[in-house]
Design a protein. Structure first.
Length: 232
């Protein structure tokens, strides 16, 4: 079972898509405009998105670009009436994984979604197991006890790089110099990185880890240590 978000302002089409994908065995959440879609993406976890481009309040391309900043691997299928080559190129360049124009064939839509979910290592359409249990969460920290795995929402690239270093060296001190060097090596970075910015990102990660079993400890003069609660 996959949890899919359908973003479509046409109520009849939105309901029909929801019914079709529910019949295929998946959990469906819908949004009628771009603002509602961004709100749902911020509050819930999804396995895939079916996205219209001509949306009220916030257009589909803006939704897609904002989504990609925070969820770079989430499968997104654009479903739109815009059938020009330039529209396709713009949608794919904005981060869509596939592009299907209206009117569309039902079987083709299912096949394209199946391919996207398969590439994302999710169950394919037509192959279902028991419904997945709810995902425990504490703040921005989410746990999947079935794999098991955990993930933390890190909208800023520097937050992700910092967290990656701390996790890879869990139980060991990561120096300020190592973090700054990792930031500087990022392709998106240019020029120097201010060392005082590190405290800001450490503070953000500490706040996001609150409520979990993890903490980032400042080791004076050495760097930072990711430790579990109760560790000596």
């Amino acid at each position: 079972m996959a949890h899919l978000l359908i973003v479509e302002d046409d109520e009849l089409l939105r309901d029909a898509l929801g019914a079709q994908l529910t019949q295929a065995g998946h959990r469906i959440t819908t949004a009628a405009d771009g603002a509602e879609a961004l709100e749902r993406l911020a509050l819930q976890g999804f396995d895939g998105v079916v996205l219209d481009l001509g949306l009220p309040l916030v257009d589909g391309l803006t939704v897609l670009r904002r989504l990609r900043q925070r969820l770079p691997a989430l499968p997104v299928l654009i479903l739109t009436a815009r059938d020009g080559v330039e529209d396709r190129v713009e949608g794919l360049n904005a981060g869509a994984d596939d592009y299907l124009t209206k009117p569309f064939n039902r079987d083709e839509l299912l096949a394209r979604l199946q391919a996207l979910l398969r590439r994302a290592s999710l169950p394919a359409f037509g192959v279902h197991t028991a419904p997945a249990p709810s995902v425990p969460a504490a703040g921005n920290l989410r746990l999947d006890p079935q794999l098991p795995r955990a993930w933390l929402r890190c909208p800023a690239r520097r937050e992700w790089v910092l967290l990656d270093l701390l996790v890879r060296h869990s139980g060991q001190v990561v120096s300020r110099e190592d973090v700054l060097a990792a930031w500087q090596s990022e392709p998106a970075e240019s020029g120097g990185v201010a060392s005082n910015a590190l405290e800001v990102y450490v503070h953000r990660l500490r706040r996001k880890l609150s409520g979990s079993t993890l903490n980032i400890r400042n080791i004076r003069g050495l760097g930072y240590l990711l430790e579990s609660a109760g560790a000596p």
